[in-house]
Design a binder for this molecule. Structure first.
Ligand SMILES: [Mg+2]
Length: 358
């Protein structure tokens, strides 16, 4: 497979009912699609979409400029094995989101050339569907998810006062079957005292885990909090590289590692982190990063490549009604050759198209 050209297109991210600040909406409002052309005429797609507090911390402008230069350097290169792609992308020293995009577009091309679904390039797992949780905001969402067959839901807390958050959890638990699993994600919004009070008051509500209850960096503090917690602890924002898993395990700072391929530098790095976590006796799940259908499909391909038992992952489509891959508690893995996702260019006014293209 020889790369002969590339294009980069900007896309706008869909936020829906996500509770996030105006600053986050501005910083994370867009991502870019990378399209690589191979000499055979095939096109492979990648996705780079930063989010404050996650990944490299680079702006989309910086990521795009570095991705542009890196893609240019690949022109004329012959890449016919996964390890050659890993080496070639590694040498280009990209921020994690840029590396994710470039590696993904190359893997998409290679899988198409070999006429296999992308997950077959990555590992022995060959799943047809992936168990997923549903993101909910209130009791109506929770009821809808349960009625649609969901087995697990995830609720974001920490943007409101603790008493408002606890009221919401109480209302949700009252309206859904007891067997519906409830995960709570705080995105590092609580201080230690608030987290301790919240954990104690959440105990009656069968919470499966508390994700990133405290701010990002201090694993020692998280370990102290966990030692007094009856609810298991998950980490997300503080998982960026392989060595983070070693530190989390050594300090006994968490029970569960949440892995986002976009923010750890691509599918292969995410796979390595997953297996390192499992080796360290940590639970691990794969989630997407609310990026476009391209990045979301990549995370599904990664989960499909993982052999053995698999936890319920964060791979339900976003927006919730996007595509037809989701039914009840599962998403279906694309079986076609390659990634199985192509970015949609918006139709409509020239102004809209201009915003889409850098
Ligand atoms: Mg999270």
């Amino acid at each position: 497979m020889k790369v002969v050209g590339h294009q980069i297109h900007r896309y706008r991210r869909w936020f829906g009912a996500l509770a996030c600040s105006q600053a986050t909406r501005l910083a994370a409002g867009a991502g870019v699609h990378l399209q690589l052309q191979a000499s055979c005429g095939r096109r492979g797609f990648g996705d780079a979409a930063p989010w404050p507090g996650f990944g490299s911390g680079s702006s989309l402008k910086t990521i795009t400029a570095q991705l542009e230069a890196a893609a240019e350097q690949l022109h004329g290169q012959e890449l016919s094995e996964v390890m050659e792609i890993d080496d070639a992308v590694g040498e280009l020293k990209l921020p994690s989101e840029g590396r994710h995009a470039l590696e993904l577009a190359l893997l998409d091309l290679l899988a198409q050339e070999q006429e296999r679904p992308l997950h077959e390039l990555l590992g022995d797992g060959n799943r047809e569907r992936i168990p997923v949780h549903r993101l909910i905001h209130d009791e109506e969402d929770a009821q809808r998810a349960a009625a649609a067959g969901a087995s697990c839901v995830k609720l974001k807390l920490g943007a409101s006062s603790l008493s408002e958050d606890l009221d919401r959890v109480r209302r949700i638990r009252r309206r859904v079957p007891a067997k519906l699993r409830l995960r709570i994600d705080v995105n590092g919004r609580w201080d230690l005292a608030t987290a301790q009070e919240a954990e104690r008051r959440l105990r009656p509500y069968a919470v499966e885990w508390l994700e990133q209850p405290l701010s990002n960096g201090d694993l020692g503090q998280l370990a102290r909090f966990r030692s007094g917690s009856q609810i298991p602890i998950a980490v997300d924002e503080c998982v960026r590289r392989l060595s983070d898993v070693d530190c989390i395990a050594a300090q006994q700072a968490a029970d569960v590692v949440v892995i986002k391929p976009m923010f750890v530098g691509g599918l292969m790095a995410a796979r390595a982190i997953y297996w390192r976590a499992r080796d360290r006796k940590l639970r691990a799940i794969i989630t997407h990063s609310l990026e476009s259908c391209v990045g979301q499909a990549a995370a599904i391909q990664l989960a499909a490549s993982l052999a053995g038992s698999l936890e319920v992952c964060g791979l339900a489509p976003h927006p919730p009604n996007a595509g037809s891959r989701a039914t009840g508690a599962f998403v279906t893995v694309p079986r076609c050759a390659g990634l199985g996702a192509i970015p949609e260019r918006p139709s409509g006014s020239p102004a809209k198209r201009e915003r889409y293209t850098l």
